[in-house]
Design a protein around this ligand. Structure first.
Ligand code: SF4
Length: 742
């Protein structure tokens, strides 16, 4: 297929049905196989590329600091880059958007009588749909990166920023080649590469213009850097008589030495190489010397550089959004994203995919698209552990969500649920109590295993938890009779909705473990939801109402500490409330004082046990594995303590499982709203639990407890799922606490 007939899967004006597209992608066996192979190999291969590096984190800090400085001085860096380009004999333009790039470029093509163009390495041109515009003017345009060329032949767009054709297998590629070249191309990779080389060589030789992007542009000397594995970019920059560079402001760096800060990380994270096969620096138009009629001839070349804004300067001026400048487009965040690795890049609908793609789409394209694709970020924060530029992707997504909601408001269902129910604790809790009664016809043994009609999909492969007949808040009177007479501390328990209404027994366990530590436990009745589900939609105003209610409820108690056995609640209470009230002096102080008292249950108990000498590892026969919830591991940085508690628990033989910190697929409302994605994630988790040989999987998060209990109930009912609080409380009740096991 000629590039001019590109069949893009989604045009921007199209009305999208994301659920339908996701289901199609989940049935794409070729793509799923390719992605799962890649995902399994990527983490170890990446780390191997760093095996001669003392501290990856220091390299990441260096890169982030350099990018932070650059964005804070973006105007002067851009001016210096312009001056350096001109001093080297290049022509320089600034374009405010894609239309201006096209206008500038078409004028150059007209002046220079350009007919044929070869391209390489340019996402910015994909972002502005340059190829279509050039082809509509009758210009012949060829992509020359192997993956990009193959996709243009197939009439598809890239699904990954570094490996654009990762979703295809070689048989499919051979089919597209055969169709394009009208010859039978076998599915043999060396043969296909040879064929591509043969065809593209003709393109290089006959091209008038080469267009590239840049991995970086250096202000100090006007050089642009291209990091590739194929060498075609070098041909694109040198063979045609004109070289055009189209790069965004975020690619600028101040000094030559700063290039090293990118080069130490980009190949290692992007392609798991210490360095790519080609590292090309182009500083100014490069004259070409060749032999003609027995003489060496020097031929002049022209270079045009177009610096693209398209929303970038607005982002640079924004104190939060400027952090997107730290992105070097290595795509490693996609490689570890539990959603992207299931559904691939095409469902995101634009050139940039994954969480960073949703952000870039919002900043460079439109916020409507952002609001749709941002749903596909579950906030697991895995990307933040790996991103070379330390871009806080989930935080930026939250920020954009809240700005979108501020401008456009919430949909009616969310508005009703949040503004009119969650902010009124009594109404909310009354509805939950009514739900406990209404569920009776479909409830059995604490589960809802089958739902009728169009809800049926929600219980396919996962049972849902039933609402408890008697919530935690109705059990406190008898529980608190056991409070110690001379306590060492007074702890206020924040149960969260799950522990209050779904797992009240676990709430009881939390209280018993704390009482066993000679701590008095109290329960402020006015507490409500922590507000995380509301924050997840971007509705910060409603979240503030809820936060104030909770802060007030706990201030009255005069407790020494506030304990939560839900890491999502703990993170929200400790950190997010403080951020929410950053601009409100009175509530900021109250949120800080409140947050300073919050203690996540497992880390607090582990600390107490350690001080009491109760953390000695024991030998046991019950195989127990542990699933790290995203919020405890990456939100709170707690991962050693739950393991220490389990290893010290009598009778436990602790075993790790594969991908212990990969999201189980619950992620709040996501698990229900996108059950088509949540269920495969759960299945993978269940398989890893089974493969560990564990009899029990322990968790420290009630949301994960809910998801794993539901999954194991249907897929491996012999394996138990238990909150660590239940394991500890059971040991205390059995009279062989860790203290006695020593
Ligand atoms: S956000 Fe970070 S991990 Fe993702 S593409 Fe950019 S640099 Fe790479």
């Amino acid at each position: 297929m000629a590039a001019g007939k590109l069949r893009y899967e989604h045009e921007e004006h199209e009305q999208r049905n994301l659920h339908k597209e996701i289901k199609v992608k989940l049935k794409d066996g070729v793509m799923r196989d390719a992605l799962s192979r890649f995902v399994n190999e990527y983490p170890a291969a990446r780390l191997k590329a760093y095996d001669n590096v003392v501290s990856i984190d220091r390299l990441r800090d260096d890169l982030r600091d350099m990018k932070e400085w650059t964005v804070d001085h973006i105007d002067e860096v851009a001016d210096e880059f312009e001056a350096s380009i001109k001093a080297r004999g290049g022509h320089f333009f600034r374009a405010k958007d894609g239309d201006e790039v096209k206008e500038i470029l078409l004028k150059i093509c007209e002046q220079e009588q350009v007919r044929r163009i070869v391209k390489s390495k340019s996402m910015a041109t994909e972002e502005i749909h340059l190829n279509q515009a050039l082809e509509e003017k009758g210009l012949h345009v060829r992509e020359t990166d192997l993956g990009e060329w193959m996709l243009s032949v197939a009439g598809q767009k890239p699904s990954h920023m570094v490996m654009p054709a990762i979703h295809l297998n070689r048989e499919q590629c051979a089919g597209f080649f055969s169709e394009e070249l009208h010859e039978d191309v076998p599915s043999d990779i060396p043969y296909m590469i040879h064929t591509a080389r043969r065809v593209l060589r003709e393109e290089f030789l006959s091209a008038d213009m080469g267009i590239t992007g840049a991995n970086f542009g250096i202000a100090e000397n006007g050089a642009i850097g291209l990091v590739t594995n194929e060498g075609n970019a070098r041909l694109v920059t040198t063979m045609p008589r004109i070289h055009v560079v189209i790069l965004g402001y975020e690619k600028l760096i101040p000094k030559v030495r700063d290039a090293a800060k990118i080069l130490r990380l980009l190949p290692r994270n992007g392609t798991c190489q210490r360095m790519t096969s080609y590292m090309t620096m182009v500083d100014g138009p490069t004259p070409v010397i060749y032999e003609k009629d027995g003489q060496l001839v020097e031929e002049e070349r022209k270079q045009y550089v177009i610096l693209l804004d398209n929303g970038r300067l607005r982002a640079a001026a924004d104190p939060k959004l400027k952090q997107v400048y730290q992105c070097v487009r290595c795509a490693s965040c996609l490689n570890v994203c539990p959603i992207w690795t299931l559904v691939g890049g095409h469902v995101y609908g634009h050139i940039y995919s994954g969480g960073i793609g949703a952000i870039l789409t919002g900043l460079l394209n439109n916020m409507e698209s952002f609001s749709q694709f941002s749903d596909l970020c579950i906030g697991c924060r895995k990307c933040m552990t790996i991103c070379p530029g330390k871009v806080p992707i989930p935080d930026l997504i939250d920020e954009l969500r809240s700005r979108y909601v501020k401008e456009h408001g919430l949909g009616l269902p969310e508005k009703t649920a949040f503004r009119h129910i969650l902010t009124h604790r009594k109404v909310f809790h009354t509805l939950l109590r009514m739900g406990a009664l209404a569920q009776k016809p479909v409830e059995s043994g604490g589960f809802i295993r089958h739902l009728p009609l169009f809800f049926a999909g929600m219980t396919k492969g996962r049972s849902l938890p039933a609402i408890a007949a008697r919530p935690f808040r109705d059990r406190t009177e008898e529980l608190f009779r056991e409070n110690p007479e001379k306590p060492v501390l007074r702890a206020a328990f924040f149960s969260g909705c799950n522990m209050d209404f779904v797992f009240p027994g676990t709430g009881e366990s939390v209280v018993k473990v704390l009482q066993d530590l000679n701590i008095e436990v109290i329960y402020p009745e006015q507490q409500s939801c922590c507000g995380k589900p509301v924050l997840g939609t971007g509705d910060r105003e409603t979240a503030k109402i809820i936060a104030r209610q909770n802060i007030e409820a706990f201030e009255e108690t005069k407790a020494d500490i506030i304990v939560s056995a839900c890491p999502t609640c703990a993170e929200t209470l400790e950190k997010t409330y403080v951020e929410l009230f950053a601009d409100d002096p009175e509530w900021s102080e109250r949120a800080k004082a409140f947050g300073a008292k919050v203690r996540e249950f497992t880390s607090f108990v582990a600390e107490c046990y350690r001080q009491a000498g109760r953390l000695m590892p024991t030998a046991g026969t019950e195989k127990v594995t542990y699933h790290d919830s995203c919020h405890i591991r990456r939100g709170l940085g707690v991962y050693k303590e739950p393991r220490e508690l389990l290893k010290a628990a009598p009778g436990v033989d602790f075993v790790e499982m594969k991908d212990c910190d990969k999201c189980c697929g619950m992620a709040g409302a996501f698990g229900v709203k996108y059950s088509e994605i949540s269920l495969p994630m759960l299945k993978e988790k269940v398989n890893n639990i089974k493969a560990s040989g564990a009899d029990t999987v322990a968790v420290a998060c009630p949301a994960c407890l809910m998801q794993l209990r539901g999954g194991l109930d249907q897929q491996a009912p012999d394996i138990r799922v238990r909150h660590i609080a239940d394991i500890l409380a059971e040991n205390i009740a059995a009279g062989h606490s860790q203290a006695e096991s020593m």
